[in-house]
Structure formats: structure tokens, C-alpha cells
Design a protein around this ligand. Sequence first.
Ligand SMILES: Nc1ncnc2c1ncn2[C@@H]1O[C@H](COP(=O)(O)OP(=O)(O)OP(=O)(O)O)[C@@H](O)[C@H]1O
Length: 492
Amino acid sequence: MSSVEKDNDGFYTPSAAAPAPAATAEGSSTPAKEEKADENDKSDLINSTFEVTVTLADQQVDPNSPLYSAKSFEQLGLHEDLLKGIYAMGFSKPSKIQERALPLLLSNPATNMIGQSQSGTGKTAAFVLTMLSRIDYSINKPQALCLAPSRELARQIMSVVINMGKFTQVQTEYAIKENLPKSATHVTAQIIVGTPGTMYDLLRRKVIDTSELKVFVLDEADNMLDQDGLGDQTLRVKKCVLFSTRYKQIREILNSHPFSMLPRGPKTPQIILFSATFPDHVRQFADKFAPGANKIELQKNELSVDSIRQFYMDCKNEEHKYEILVTLYTLLTIGQSIIFCQHRHTADRISQKMTAEGHKVASLHGAKDATERDRIIDNFRNGKEKVLITTNVIARGIDIMQVNMVVNYDLPLMNERGGNKSEDTRPDIETYIHRIGRTGRFGRKGISINFVHDRKTWLQMEEIEKATGKIIVRIETNDLDMMEEKMKKALK
Ligand SMILES: Nc1ncnc2c1ncn2[C@@H]1O[C@H](COP(=O)(O)OP(=O)(O)OP(=O)(O)O)[C@@H](O)[C@H]1O
């Protein structure tokens, strides 16, 4: 049986086991430290720094900023090798979520965590450092699994694991389509990062043995647990994991004390859930998924960072939306920008049309094959492409500092989440928050522009404004100079 993997842009595609590929440059396997560092240089997934206008006022010393911390990384009890990795990445102080979460994540006995913090505030480092801290480097067995909703995000997380762990002996593997582990029977890597369908497939076929598992992370946890999203597949992964650890516990007890009583509760790995959003309907489920968790939560009015200025443009109709986008092209290429559409075919259509008219844009969505997806996102990451037209597939987690503009060509709607809600035209508030969070990373300035073109879309935007508590300012579409001036001012 081949499992089914659901992309974040709402489509199911089979994730049958593909033949194991040769090791790739993005860290599908990391046999030796030297090789790893070298591979990193080549893949350069998170290091591109071209043309970034960093306007970081020192938010890390402002107690009201999500980037603030009263502590240093040394005070968080991290191993020296990890401190070296952190400093090599250019981090000097922890952010608020790192300062608050890491002591809880690293304390013993290990306790589950449900952590919420705005997009771009450093959640990845918090869970990556936990994985790297908890594994026993002398054991060549999987000890930390991390699930993410898209292959792009899984690759990015892997890049952080490899960079932060570059002074350790960590070995890593992917569980994503077409980057399957080199060994078809037995994974020896300690950290595995992947998407839930492929991870489940590898667990089910016992290619991944989780009897030594210490940490189980869900990044973008609300999306990973949502029954309209990836919830079923994530649950299956968890069941496999729990079965395996419980089985090992029973075996150990019976081997040493054949007549002893079995302990009541199963010995489970530490479960870590992180996201910028935890809507009410997922919160209860998250509590069950990560029982007894320490919690770090945001208030509803704190969901997005203030450094992202939000605008809207009144378009006359669908065709006018396209015209405005083309008019914006010069502004879109000042830094880098991501244009979000509702459907794959819209993303393709717009990008084909703009390309034919001489503009340089790329499109990315879940219908493209894995190699092409990797090539497109890597080109965007290293600045070869400046404008990316896409679907919700990269709405979450993708961290590219140079992105200073996000355009919601179509507003995100609940019916894109899947299920049978094709009539549901309510705005998808969480996806909106994640989409605009692709800009304004770690204190940078960014702007988001929503296109509205009729009463329905206007009301949807109003609902978003109410739910997020942030004002969305109108920009005139017929005064180009004023538009440019307003937008440049917002980015200063
Ligand atoms: N302490 C730090 N000092 C400097 N930069 C940091 C620090 N922590 C994280 N960063 C950088 O901030 C950026 C955003 O971090 P990260 O991607 O972990 O955010 P996130 O909270 O997971 O966002 P999202 O909700 O969008 O997934 C990254 O480029 C990361 O390298």
C-alpha cells in the first residue's frame, strides 16, 4: 500500500516509496562533518544575504519585542558545540521564544511543549537545539523526528539542523519524496526531518525504527494536527512512534524482570508542537496530542508582528488584478516578493502571461515534480529569481530574509484547507497570518498587499482585519507615484 501525501496547497498526491536516490547536496545524508560543512556551502539554503536592507533597530534590547531576551545563549544551558554552531550562524542573543522555551524544553524529566510565537521570531532554533541536545551521539539510531507540512520547509529545517549541528557528529536523513534514506532497510541517522505521508510510509515499512526516539517535533503544528489538513497522517506517525517505544519498554522490562508488573503509562518521547497560530478548534486536540505540555501562548492581538505593514488595493475585476500586479513589478523586484494565489492554475497562468510580456517571474506549487520544486525554491532563495508566484504550499515556515513584499493576489479561503467545504468562502485567518509572515522576518520590515475586487472579497478582508486586530490601509491603484512613495516609506 502506498500512502497519500497532502500538499499544503490542498491536493493529494501519492507518496509511494521511490527508489533511494544518491545523496544530495541538501543533507539527505551526512556521513562526515567536513563533508557536511562543504555541502552546506553548496546548498546555502539559509545563508543568502544579497541586497538585504537590514533595518533592524535593536529590537533585541526592547522588552516589548518578540526578539527580546534578558538572557544569553550561555545561560540557557546549551552544550558548547551547539553554542559554537549558534554563533557561527551569526546569532548573538536568544529571542523571546528561545529564552522562554529552551529552559523548559531542555529540563529533565523531558516535558512536552506547545509553543506559540509570531512568524519569523526563531521557533526553529528552539526545537532544533532541543533535538540536537537530547540525542545520544554514540547511538546510530533515529532519536528525533521532525514533521513539517511541505518538502520546502522540511529542507529548510534540515539546513538549520546541519548548520547548528556542524560542530557535532549528528547524522541526518530526509523523509520526503524523492529524497528517501540511502538505506532502504535501516536508517541509522539520529535526526530525521520529513513530511508526514513519507515519514509514515518509512515507519510502516520499518525502515525507520523509533525504539530509541527521544524527541518528536511538529513544526506548523496546528496545520499538522488539523483534520482538514494533515491531521490523519500525523496521527498515524504518532501511533507508530508510540507503539515502537512502548514495545521496547515492555521488552526491556521482561528481559530484566520477567515477573514484574508493567508500568502503567507508556514511556513516550518528548512531544514538541510549535506554530505561530493555534486556532481554538486545534488547541484541544493539541492538548491531547502533547499531554501535560508546558505552554507558551500568544494573545489574539499579538498574532502578527508590527513590522509588517498591511495594505489593500481596490481592483475593478479579475483582469484589473493582473494589470495592477504588472504595474507593481518594479516595486516587487526592489527586494524579493511572493505572490499568493488560490489555485495552482492561477499561479501558472499569471506567471506564463508575465513571462510572455518580458517580466522575470517563477511559479511554484505542489503539482510540480520534486526536482523542479527544489530548483525553483533554491533559485528564489539565492536571489536568482526575485518574484515567486505560488499557492499555500509555501505559506508556512519559509524563511527568506530578502522577501520584503507579499501580495495576496487571492485572499486565502477556508475551502482551500480541504474537506468538503467547497462552498465555504470565509477567509482563512491562520493562513493569512502565515502568508504575510513570509516577510518581516526577525525584525526586518515588510509589506503585504491584499487585492480585493468585489464586495465579497472586501468583506473577507474586513473579517481578516477584525480577527487580527491590525489595520489594513488602502493604497490607490490609479496614482502610481503615491503608491510607490507609500510603499517605500513602509519599508524604511
Ligand atoms: N537568536 C537569533 N538571533 C538572530 N537571528 C535569529 C535568531 N533566532 C532565529 N534567527 C533567524 O530569524 C529567522 C526566522 O527564524 P525562524 O525561521 O526560526 O522563525 P519561525 O518563528 O520558525 O517562523 P515561522 O512561524 O514563519 O515558521 C531565521 O532566519 C533565523 O536564522
